[in-house]
Ligand binder design. Sequence first.
Ligand code: DMJ
Length: 490
Amino acid sequence: MQRRRDASSSPAGFIWGQLGYAAAEVGVPMMEHAWHNYKLYAWGKNELRPLSQRPHSGSIFGSYDLGATIVDGLDTLYIMGLQKEYKEGRDWIERRFSLDNISAELSVFETNIRFVGGMLTLYAFTGDPMYKEKAQHVADKLLPAFQTPTGIPYALVNTKTGMAKNYGWASGGSSILSEFGTLHLEFAYLSDITGNPLYRERVQTIRQVLKEIEKPKGLYPNFLNPKTGKWGQQHMSLGALGDSYYEYLLKAWLQSGQTDEEAREMFDDAMLAIIDKMVRVSPNGLTYVSDLKFDRLEHKMDHLACFSGGLFALGAATRHNLHTNKYMEVGKGITNTCHESYIRTPTQLGPEAFRFSEAAEARALRSQEKYYILRPETFESYFVLWRLTHDQKYRDWGWQAVQALEKHCRTPHGYCGLRNVYQQEPQKDDVQQSFFLAETLKYLYLLFSDDSVLPLDEWVFNTEAHPLPIKGANIYYRKAAATLPASNAS
Ligand code: DMJ
């Protein structure tokens, strides 16, 4: 399953292509550098501030020390065969990780994708029951957020009181599509390994609401009120606020061993509407996916939406039908555009958002969209497209990115994001995001690994790049022997 760094599995000295990258090594020294400095300056805290060599706590994890970098990064260490570091992290989780007796206000979405997702992957990899218990412990703390008239959860929940609420800025008290729509993989798997159907029931309720609700032009707005079940502002996006909802439709179908037909149908319906209403080609031939605001296209693409190149391609590769060629064409086109957004900057790293106008293509135009925070989405698409096509250019593009990260983001004490990718010597932002270890370095490593390392027909990646096993295809699924009847389960 996972690569071990020993002579038998590491093709030492083997050189790929003409660019001089050694397959077994890409990403590993970077991971060691990121991890060792986190350990040195921020161990047990959420993230590292590499420039100031202290912890970063004022972030989406609240002010508690939840070891976010440990939980998020641990499966990457495992996959890379960094056994000593993996064991340090495992021991910390066993001894220190708990949400009991703290009064943290947590994001249901972030906590699910990073903590529940991370623990579930570690359970699948190792079979260690400690991870299953921790995953269930975290998920149970999130459950009060689901107590709404519709079953659509709130965004935030207090771990002590169970009080839940939405963000004040989100369209009249709405919940956010990419947040409540990105729970399905983790909750469904948790039910299967614990034998408790409650988690799956919670996400099935969300699915039913979204299936039955009327969709304007077949599209999903980013905001839904959990009390009334009505849409909020009519903003649609495959970037921020929408993105991973669409991802989880395809992946729920894949995770189920392609039996959850409802999910695949909802995916196809949504993606065909997006292709029709939001995907466009620039005058110079770049395919991109716009945001749509009240019938008006905003010709802008978030870096976040760069994951969709891989998603369209995965949709094409897993079912052959009328749409297959179109999905693959759009997937390759979007991935190429995201690469263009990188190579049109002096740093060779892509901006947070880029626009298409008469004046410019695939370039950020506003100062507040020129930053790069170590995001993974473009490399995720390189990885998926590489696995599906074996076109050498995806590895070449990934290698360019590795060099750019090393040149601009590496510091003596970890990796930082950049404030403006259009400057020759950009200022650094002093945050080593936990997703840099969970996703960015994992996808870069996998891009240069053999296809037998986490094969795509046995594993499906959650939106934080934590691989979950595919039912019926993967011996690591580890389903519980018996399932509790629903009435005894809650
Ligand atoms: C990650 O936490 C996840 O990929 C999420 O779905 C959105 N973005 C960040 C990384 O950019």
